[in-house]
Design a protein around this ligand. Structure first.
Ligand SMILES: Cc1cc2nc3c(=O)[nH]c(=O)nc-3n(C[C@H](O)[C@H](O)[C@H](O)COP(=O)(O)OP(=O)(O)OC[C@H]3O[C@@H](n4cnc5c(N)ncnc54)[C@H](O)[C@@H]3O)c2cc1C
Length: 449
């Protein structure tokens, strides 16, 4: 363990080094393409451990990575030869039902968060798979089923407790460290270790939700319909389309919806979707928000190899649909899907400079989500993913959701932060001039100011 042994006496949480029986499990992240070996993993028991970890890594000039839910596809939660701060055990949460707020620690997963807020009939926008971490998701933006009505997850962050590069704990909010509060809402893990987030909650109980899937012969029309329907959807309706390979060949399309307003109005809004085509399976109906939120979990088990390519797509033209269908039909893995998750309503109307999350528009988060089981299949799957992305390029924006960026995509970091890059670089320079927090989609201090 070397000098890392000195840290043992200063922390309450466990320190795992290579050889410890839990080490290999703890260093694993969701994406099994990532196989890095930190010098040590600090399972933080609380804020004091985070402070000690940051100060120690800085003194020893060790690479420092931050692991909350471990779902980042780039795998930046785990470092090679440095100190990994593992916050996944920090799951404290307190809901204030009167104020409709909650303070939630960084180790919580989406489903755990929903479990606590739903006890009071409350929720806020998070993502669509319940085992994702709230921290990484929120700091990058957070696009989920309530975005049309309540904005992105980051739009609902009232405050954040952050351990900065100096090992100081600061609370960033509209009234205190407002520059940091601005930067954390879309700027990712660049500015410090966020130990807890305070969110605005909203009354959400049951929703009118579900999904319908369409067979190959209807795939083209289903995507055309999806685009037309999404273009006029009210704020209460957030949708996600996806295209994948049908088990019997050809492309299949699915459309998932979540309506969070009054049900009678929702039924009226959703009628055109119910009336469209002959869907092959699925259903839409009233269900608890929490149940809907965990519905897709089985499609994303931990332990697969993942390689993603992504951008924003505004107009789902007939030409782009042809490309999507052709590639979906030839995808090498049955688990792979091409997602068209909708950004809409309130999330799309926020001023691009109001928070660090710049890419505001009614558009799709276009994501080729390639996943497969066997490492030996990697070349084939990655090659298909790159070819699909290249073929789609003419229709995509030069912009990308930071949380979809892969580990090799350093050249796209500016595209991820868009018009806010310069201001983010200024905040970075103020809070982390030595770039202690660099294992992320990195904003380099001083550059671009
Ligand atoms: C199956 C799946 C489904 C997804 N669905 C959605 C979705 O619907 N909507 C959506 O918006 N995104 C979605 N994502 C993307 C998701 O937002 C990112 O993977 C996000 O990074 C997950 O957060 P995490 O805490 O699990 O990440 P981790 O892997 O733990 O962290 C990733 C990075 O985030 C930063 N970070 C994490 N925690 C902290 C912290 N406490 N302080 C400072 N920096 C921190 C660090 O830079 C870290 O390297 C999905 C991902 C997966 C794998």
């Amino acid at each position: 363990m070397g000098p890392i042994r000195q840290l043992v006496d200063r922390v309450r949480g466990q320190l795992l080094a290579p050889g410890h029986e839990d080490y290999d499990r703890a260093r694993r992240v969701f994406n099994f393409m990532i196989d890095r070996r930190p010098a040590a993993i600090l399972r933080c028991a609380g804020v004091a451990d985070v402070i000690q970890g940051v100060l120690f890594a800085r003194r020893q000039q060790l690479p420092l990575s931050i692991h909350s839910g471990g779902h980042g596809v780039a795998g930046s939660a785990v470092c090679e030869g440095g100190l990994m701060l593992d916050l996944s055990g920090m799951k404290g949460m307190r809901v204030n039902p009167e104020r409709r707020t909650t303070q939630a620690q960084a180790g919580l997963l989406l489903g755990e968060f929903d479990h606590e807020t739903q006890a009071f009939g409350l929720a806020t926008t998070l993502g669509v798979v319940s085992v994702t971490g709230i921290a990484g998701l929120t700091l990058g933006g957070g696009l989920g089923w309530l975005n049309g009505k309540y904005g992105l997850a980051c739009d609902n962050v009232l405050a954040a407790d952050v351990v900065t590069a100096d090992g100081e704990l600061v609370t960033a909010s509209a009234s205190d460290h407002d520059d940091l509060h601005w930067a954390l809402r879309g700027g990712g893990g660049n500015f410090g270790v966020v130990t807890s987030l305070t969110y605005q909650l909203h009354p959400v109980n049951s929703v009118l939700a579900g999904g319908l899937s369409f067979p190959p012969e209807q795939a083209r029309d289903a995507l055309r319909f999806y685009h037309a329907f999404a273009s006029v959807a009210p704020d209460e309706l957030s949708m996600a389309g996806s295209v994948s390979r049908h088990p019997e060949g050809g492309p299949t399309v699915s459309i998932a919806v979540c309506y969070c307003g009054p049900f009678d109005e929702g039924e009226r809004v959703l009628q055109p979707l119910r009336d469209f085509g002959r869907h092959a399976g699925g259903a839409i109906g009233p269900m608890s928000y929490q149940a809907f939120q965990s519905g897709p979990d089985s499609g994303f088990p931990s332990g697969r190899q993942h390689y993603w390519k992504s951008s924003y797509l505004k107009d789902l033209s007939n030409e782009s649909i042809d490309v999507l269908l052709e590639f979906a039909a030839t995808s090498p893995s049955p688990y792979t899907g091409i997602g068209l998750q909708q950004m809409t309503g309130v999330a799309s109307r926020v001023d691009p400079r109001a928070t660090a999350f710049a890419h505001r528009d009614r558009q799709y988060d276009f994501l080729i989500l390639s996943q497969w089981e066997d490492r030996d299949d990697s070349d084939r799957n990655m090659d298909w993913t790159r070819r699909c992305f290249d073929a789609m390029r003419p229709y995509l924006r030069e912009a990308v959701y930071v949380n979809n960026l892969g580990e090799q995509e350093h050249d796209r970091v500016r595209d991820a932060y868009g018009v806010n890059y310069e201001r983010l670089a200024a905040v970075k320079t103020r809070y982390d001039p030595e770039n202690v927090f660099r294992l992320n989609h990195n904003i380099v201090p001083g550059v671009g100011i």
